[in-house]
Design a binder for this molecule. Structure first.
Ligand SMILES: [Zn+2]
Length: 169
């Protein structure tokens, strides 16, 4: 999945979570989601983050291959523990969720993800789309429309705007 699809589908899932929990849809929460949803592709030098990783990306790919360790649920669990132990801010929670959403999104791609790395290298998937294909474009527009819908319905955009204008902390 390309980076803009990851961002939009992750924001949609983040909005859905915020609409059903006490979590606030603030600027920090959404920034955490966006960054968390881009980070797993650091193991692909041609990805959005890979091209901006100052060479780290090539080294990770060399060592573990693309969609290797960074797409494992076990690695995510360790990151989630460390991050939430360090800080329980909305940014941290958004980051941990965004990272998880990325793995879920790639799980629905033809390529799949090694959910149980390092115990298994098997790639798990429910193949619904191929990266860069028409089906991914459809998912992008569908997620975008749903994001607008959920945002309007639960007044999340108002909450977001208030968070940047300083009314809600
Ligand atoms: Zn990925």
């Amino acid at each position: 999945m390309r980076y803009h699809s990851h961002i939009v589908t992750s924001l949609l899932m983040g909005a859905a979570v915020a609409s059903q929990t006490p979590l606030s849809f603030t600027a920090s929460y959404t920034a955490g989601i966006v960054i968390g949803s881009l980070l797993p592709d650091i193991d692909e030098p041609n990805s959005y983050v890979g091209r901006r990783s100052f060479g780290v990306s090539g080294k990770v790919k060399e060592a573990f291959g693309h969609r290797g360790m960074t797409h494992s649920l076990l690695v995510w669990a360790v990151i989630a523990l460390v991050v939430t132990f360090e800080s329980s801010s909305l940014f941290s929670i958004g980051f941990v969720l965004g990272y998880l959403f990325h793995i879920m999104e790639d799980f629905f791609s033809v390529q799949g993800v090694p959910l149980l790395w390092p115990f298994q290298t098997k790639r798990y998937k429910i193949p619904l789309y191929r990266t860069g294909s028409f089906s991914e474009t459809m998912i992008f527009y569908l997620a975008f429309s749903l994001l607008i819908y959920v945002g309007m319905k639960y007044e999340l955009f108002t909450e977001w705007l208030q968070s940047i204008s300083g009314f809600v902390h």
